[in-house]
Design a protein around this ligand. Structure first.
Ligand code: NAD
Length: 310
């Protein structure tokens, strides 16, 4: 590994990811790229100017010249547009597909062997766009969603039961959106399955809040979340650069696992130095499997809406 990570998109998520990577000392250099003139430079300079106070090595540069990104170990794609008034979800899908295609095509020219972490929404489709644009093998590309969704679920569970977040594990599969599939049977508090700890109606309430987690933040601050997403990306980066072989809920390209082929879906993934080292198949009930299949159908419909085949 060269110790270099490139982040496309110096917005809220890209800036927060950069800061977290530097704080955690997960690389020697972060290269920030943005199409808006001066934005990546500004964020990089702001972070550099904090280095004497934080006593962190100044390792952040702006990649106005893409040569700076050459031979990155990891490329994180957070570039994207947000929905404007009068714009449909399909309009946004097309705009972000163009942005992600452009970024990954450029990134892959300079870093053909990098591991790619996609963040831009709609996440599952953007992973697909990125894989095709960069001709990236499925072991070297994943999307960030499941860690964030599971982390939200864990937090809500910990508040409800008044226990430490450290006691809580949660499992969320499927699409990053309304059709995500939180799986309470595989969610535990100190090893105890969640359904044993709270009534079904309360559980359903927490599941619904988790599904609505992104929208709840947008309603409050009129922009999407970035601290928790940045922490989730950082956990994925750490698993790869430290070869942790950690099983995490990530968005991976399925070729028959869970009976699904040709789509990026949230599943338990082992992340290590070789990227997506394994996709874990866990036993699901008929209802859970059906919910996951519905999630995959929705993703495939979105792919079809922008003319992508599975
Ligand atoms: P933002 O608007 O703050 O930042 C996006 C940045 O991308 C902007 O600085 C913009 O100039 C840049 N950009 C746009 N087109 C570009 C291009 N062609 N090349 C380089 N840079 C380009 O948005 P944000 O809040 O940082 O969110 C970024 C993306 O991440 C959005 O699509 C958002 O929906 C998504 N997101 C996903 C998750 C998740 O769980 N997967 C969580 C939060 C946000």
């Amino acid at each position: 590994m060269n110790g270099k990570i490139t982040v496309f998109g110096a917005g809220n998520v890209g800036g927060a990811v950069t800061r977290r990577l530097i704080e955690r000392k997960l690389c020697k250099k972060v290269v920030l790229v943005d199409r808006s003139p001066g934005k990546a430079q500004g964020i990089a300079l702001d972070i550099l100017e904090a280095s004497p106070v934080d006593l962190l090595e100044p390792v952040c540069v702006s990649g106005e010249d893409l040569e700076q990104t050459r031979n990155s170990d990891i490329v994180v794609i957070t570039a994207g547009a947000t929905r404007k008034e009068g714009m449909t979800r399909d309009d946004l899908l097309k705009i972000n597909a163009e942005i992600v295609r452009e970024c990954v095509t450029k990134a892959a020219m300079y870093s053909p062997y990098a591991f790619y972490i996609i963040v831009s929404n709609p996440l599952n489709v953007m992973c697909h766009v990125a894989m095709q644009a960069g001709q990236i093998p499925r072991t070297r590309i994943t999307g960030m969603a499941g860690i964030l969704d599971a982390s939200r679920f864990q937090y809500f569970i910990s508040k409800e039961l008044n226990v430490s977040v450290e006691n809580v594990q949660a499992m969320v599969l499927g699409e990053h959106g309304e059709d995500m599939v939180p799986v309470p049977r595989y969610s535990t508090v100190a090893g105890i399955p969640l359904p044993e700890l709270m009534p079904a109606e309360k559980l359903e309430e927490l599941v619904a809040r988790t599904r609505d987690g992104g929208a709840e933040i947008i309603r409050l601050m009129h922009t999407s979340a970035f601290y928790a997403p940045a922490s989730a990306v950082t956990q994925m980066v750490a698993a790869v650069v430290m070869d942790k072989k950690k099983i995490l809920p990530c968005t991976a390209y399925l070729t028959g696992e869970y009976g699904i082929s040709g789509a990026f879906v949230g599943v338990p993934v082992k992340l290590g130095a070789n990227g997506v080292e394994e996709i874990r198949e866990i036993e699901l009930t008929g209802d859970e499997r059906a919910a996951l299949a519905r999630s995959a159908e929705k993703i495939k419909a979105q792919l079809a809406a922008i003319g992508l085949t599975c």
